[in-house]
Design a protein around this ligand. Sequence first.
Ligand code: ADP
Length: 489
Amino acid sequence: MGLKVVIASPEIIPFAKTGGLADVAGSLPLALKRLGCDVTLFMPLYREVVDRGFGTEPIGVQVKIPIGRRTVSADLFKGTTDGVPVYFLKRDEYYDRSYLYGTPDGDYFDNLERFVFFSRGVVEAVVSLGLEPDVIHCNDWQTGLIPAYIMSIYRSSLPATATLFTIHNIAYQGIFPADFLDLTGLPGEMYTMEGLEFWGKINLLKAGIVYSDVINTVSEGYSREIQTPEYGYGLEGILAKRREDLFGVLNGVDYSVWNPEADELIASRFSSDDLGGKLTCKKDLLREYSLRLKATVPLIGVISRFAEQKGFDILAEAMDALMKLDLGMVILGTGEKRYQERFESLAATYPKKLGVKIAFDNVLAHKIEAGSDMFLMPSRYEPCGLNQFYSLRYGTIPIVRATGGLDDTIKDYSGGRGNGFKFRQYSARALVRKVKEAISVYKDKKAWRALQVKAMQEDFSWDRSASRYIELYERALKKVREEPSTKGS
Ligand code: ADP
């Protein structure tokens, strides 16, 4: 029989999404199921899940979760995604809000309590429902306490359950004042430098790293980078200590969602054999952005969070130089106000060539992937990145900075050898130089077509990565089953 896996994630497509984690948490389970695993998902019942109209049913089970001196209850609701069961923890006090983690002005003040509730609630629910999983697969800081609970308070209830902790982005750690340690209910001796203490505060991501059986990040490159001070955000030392248990597994793509041959959200379907429809998509995209550009002018797409991570500082610096070139640009994103304002004002300066939309818009994201000629990702760091994969499949050639997953998956063109364009130095100059190179190749119609066909035929589907996850689950399980007495000591 296949492994019994519980996946806990603070966001899962199609129910609620702020970024790539949701795509991964929604598509990996389907691939695991195809490989014979018995998978169950857990996430909070946010207002967004209800607003999106998903059918979730109460199952008549309530779990009691100690939070500090209070005991609060969660009602369990159930739904499914492609036949995989999903349990939702419902408590309106925490999750019936406009956003998942915070408003544009900042994080919710009670995020520690909200995710103590979720993490401990998942473990309580797993016990109450008698799931007895082989592995609980945790994702990012919001679930970082689960491994700590499993190896302390709940070890006797779940003696043979292992944990895998996946870091999707190490810059978001869930750091809270030490005064609130009581909320977690964890034994005081876990609050040490070797535990979840971090410069006098509580660090939930660190808890996940320290107490899980096996750890992974979402690309090999990023798993190496985060062991260095430049990328480790203070956790490089603790990660280097656990490097024997730290792996990189590249995210996969759900090609049933991102496929130009079957995509209903774009103006015309196309394939690597017949790229005709891509021009229709480009014209449609130019119309969406009210850009009056000739369809022969190369169009660069950007879909991103407006955050420094994504390279908006060097992009902003590069814009005047880019706008002097014979190209158009369409940008879709949400995030930090300073970048939103900067790019809106740039769009007002260059109305014919630059379109900017501040929104989270899945349909437009598909249209940009389909209608652009190139896709720009100038990230300062990038754990894996998903848009470069989507772009490849739509014949939209990625121009990326060589970091993390981007470096692992995009090979520089170099006279026809690569599948995109890649610059190494984090600077506006290096970015502009690479865009110029891409444009010069674009002008060579035959070379460009060959590059598009090659890009579209690349395969980053989940199957291989899902097998890698199964190997990690087995590795974690082996640790728990072979050394039960040393766990937690
Ligand atoms: P991250 O998780 O760091 O934001 P990823 O590249 O891993 O970056 O994943 C981002 C996902 O979110 C992609 O599926 C991307 O298309 C989507 N996305 C990001 N911003 C927007 C937006 N403004 N509108 C629609 N989709 C978006």
